[in-house]
Ligand binder design. Structure first.
Ligand code: SAH
Length: 350
């Protein structure tokens, strides 16, 4: 089955040309798809014969709301979407003064194994298609009635482990006839796949690269993030420096503050040394507690921030949004999976 929504306008043009359709058909269909039409019959200005043909040959993805939670505290909305094959992924809509940000997932599950993260507990099930990543933006806008102005690839999954689909998603979501979000309004977060960071740098996109650092030394980082065992902090930082030199875009570093693990003054000083010689920005994230993990949120976030700033490193503390609705990623999907696993089968039980 052909996935039209994952195609670029040029590919759509070639596809419809092959079907003997006029040139304008491609953009006509592109607009429908990017507006979140849910059936080919919904494309009302297409000839009936063509709609029938598309129904037979093409899939039309339209995620269903499996669960939706709205924060009473700040209006954050968290969606758990059910995809065509029954897999579920999360999307979060956050409201800020400067506009709405949507946080999208790039994979169903994750293989990276970071010990503090709920998304990776069951491993990766599969990559999302470009259409499935895009749908999270389109259907969040459609369901909430809110317009999205910023996108962060910080949901479930490792975006650079699904490189081609994520790249295609970026091209699609950037298109003026579609959702039309500028690259400068998009952030991509990675646990630090250095070869892929280099590959991304070559494309010179104007997006913001966020690197999940979480520790300034190999011992701590390898304990928290298995990805660090093959490529240590030093090589990661060299790669980030190269990224800045190639793209001219400052890298931002995420640092989840964990009690007694990565929050000492010594580690703040190490972090300062690590960032010396490159413009970077540190985003301190109060750890979200995950039921399956013994790690606790740090109580030294402000002291740590002050110590960085005193030594010339800009550091902000991420505001916690939607803390009443499991809004940190992976938790809702995880809950749903656990519920399914513990569901006792009705049949056969007496
Ligand atoms: N795989 C990508 C993007 C997904 S997670 C990455 O690793 O960057 C987005 C951010 O949330 C990452 O910085 C991740 O490390 C962080 N994160 C995951 N679990 C967390 C938790 N329990 N508390 C705080 N931050 C967490």
């Amino acid at each position: 089955m052909t996935d039209l929504k994952s195609m670029t306008p040029e590919e759509l043009e070639a596809y419809f040309k092959e079907l003997g359709q006029p040139g304008f058909r491609a953009m006509q269909v592109f607009r429908w798809l990017h507006r979140g039409v849910e059936s080919f019959d919904g494309m009302t200005d297409l000839p009936k014969s063509l709609r029938e043909r598309l129904k037979e040959a093409c899939v039309l993805t339209a995620p269903q709301v499996e669960r939706k939670q709205v924060s009473k505290l700040d209006g954050t909305i968290k969606y758990l979407w059910r995809l065509g094959d029954g897999n579920c992924v999360e999307t979060v809509l956050m409201r800020h003064k400067h506009g709405n940000t949507v946080c999208v997932s790039s994979q169903a599950g994750c293989n990276m194994g970071c010990v503090f993260c709920a998304s990776t507990l069951g491993g990766k099930v599969r990559d999302l298609t470009p259409a499935e990543i895009l749908d999270q933006v389109i259907f969040t806008e459609k369901d909430s009635g809110e317009q999205v102005s910023n996108i962060v690839l910080m949901g479930i999954g490792e975006p650079l482990d699904n490189f081609d689909h994520v790249l295609r998603f970026l091209t699609l979501v950037n298109h003026p006839e579609g959702v039309n979000i500028g690259m400068r309004h998009i952030s991509l977060s990675t646990c630090g796949l250095v070869k892929k960071i280099d590959k991304l740098a070559q494309l010179g996109l104007q997006l913001t690269l966020s690197v999940s650092l979480h520790a300034p030394d190999d011992e701590t980082r390898s304990r928290l993030m298995p990805v660090n065992r093959s490529v240590g902090v030093e090589v990661l930082m060299e790669t980030c420096r190269r990224y800045f030199e190639t793209t001219g875009r400052r890298v931002s570093y995420e640092y989840a503050m964990i009690d007694g693990v990565n929050d000492s003054d010594g580690q703040a000083d190490q972090l300062v040394r690590l960032l010396r010689g490159q413009p970077g920005h540190v985003n301190l994230i109060p750890l979200n507690e995950v039921a399956e993990s013994p790690l606790k949120p740090s109580r030294r976030v402000r002291q740590f921030q002050r110590r960085l700033e005193e030594q010339g490193v800009t550091a902000t503390v991420r505001r916690k949004l939607g803390s009443d609705i499991d809004a940190s990623c992976g938790q809702l999907r995880r809950k749903r999976i656990m519920e399914r696993e513990t569901d006792t089968p009705e049949e056969g039980s007496t």
